[in-house]
Design a protein around this ligand. Sequence first.
Ligand code: ADP
Ligand code: ZN
Length: 519
Amino acid sequence: MKTQTQTQTQTLLKKVYGYDNFRPLQEEIINRTIDGKDSFVLMPTGGGKSMCFQIPALIFNGITIVVSPLISLMKDQVQALKSNGIKADFFNSSISTIEENEVINRAINGELQLLYLSPEKLISVSNTWLKELNIKLVAIDEAHCVSMWGHDFRPEYTQLKVFRNSIPKVPFMALTATADKSARKDIEKQLGLTDSKLFISSFDRKNLSIEVRGQVEKKKKLQEIVNFINRRKNESGIIYCLSRKNTEEVANYLKQEGHSVAFYHAGMNHEERESTQTDFINDDTKIIVATIAFGMGIDKSNVRFVIHYNLPKNLEGYYQEIGRAGRDGLASETILYYNMRDFVLYSQFADGGANSAMQKEKLNRMLQFTEAKSCRRKILLSYFGEHLSENCGNCDVCENPPKDFEGTILTQKALSGIARMGEKDGITMLINVLRGSNNADIHSKQYFNLKTYGIGKDVSFFDWRDYIIQMANQGLIEIMYSENSALKISPIGWKVLKGEKTVRLTTPLSSDERKKTQK
Ligand code: ADP
Ligand code: ZN
């Protein structure tokens, strides 16, 4: 039998959103929230996160606070809610003082069910009128911004814990489309979510094909892109470039070739950006060539392709960007071009900054992905903590599989090395132990006493490195960026160690080939 809350949520789903069924996890999250408990919601963009806090907000007798850094998105969401008869408003730097006062009055008089705030505004009013509200729920959208281990850290988010402590009994919901294990742990800590339940919905976007093309020189790259677009007349797509200058160059080139195209970057003024975006959404412009400033919060369902003209800086950003294709569920294509020049350039950018070591590690992981010889979707999903049992059949590696060999014993050697070292060390230390190297670190940690010391002498340093990265790519090993890139064994890694699962590896590049790809 259905409980009263179930009937109520089901009715709202139909009445407000017009849907008959919840997607997996939505209902469970909503019920937990109505019970007054904290949740951590990790769902891909377009996965249906908003409903998870909006439905409880409609059921609660009080106000729900939604924290979001995306001012343009806030306005759209509030407008959509209002047009459905829901009492919602937003409070951020884009509104006038008069409007501010109106919102404050409505909130204090109990006339609002949802109030969207930017983190800056929330902090600035958390000790004044906000305290007087009957807050029933706080939703932190884009929660990865809380963490230094995320890829879009925003300092103002770190003050949210103070707000949380000021209303300890109110349930909190953290929502994001992008957070690896390190970031997840950190977000929970930063927000003080000691008893939250993690909800991860599948990140697999089966309708997106994944292709990586490396070391293509500029002229050929542009020609390939033109050929690609020519074969997809009238289809919408996004081409991501590293620099503003690049976006203009590529857009002009495509325009000369007769395509409907515009560029977009943060150097344009607000009006220009708005109109470019609107033209794209309305299909008046087919192709946008943009820096990564483009796309956050854009809800366009029929983007048929996403091309990365340059190497993305990390897998989180890459996955988010390709995720803007095919939201309607129809087959869509993604192509990533990379070259070592981008890699070297970013490595220099990363120098010096606060968490530059982590940025470099993530960049390395990005490069390893491009050079991988195992199913790319498996790599991406395992990076986000999800393990596919089969290869996807819809990526360039699956379509052109490399020759591989039985690598279980080799893998077990590496994994047992990690286990005996207590899962505290990084890749270099592991290889040195496996190869029985003799250096000061190994001495001070007394690793020469380990059973695994020297069991991998017969494999060169570079080959070990390649194999260990393959193991990480296959989801057997996790690299913990928040712990100095220490290697940890994943649940399937343990299965391999216990002999319950076999592993196939591919032969590493010879040193000659390695030099070639680094040119
Ligand atoms: P997110 O915030 O995770 O990016 P949204 O909450 O904006 O995603 O939802 C993405 C789209 O999916 C919206 O158009 C929304 O109406 C739709 N959606 C959400 N839940 C459902 C559902 N249960 N059934 C059908 N469509 C849904
Ligand atoms: Zn694949």
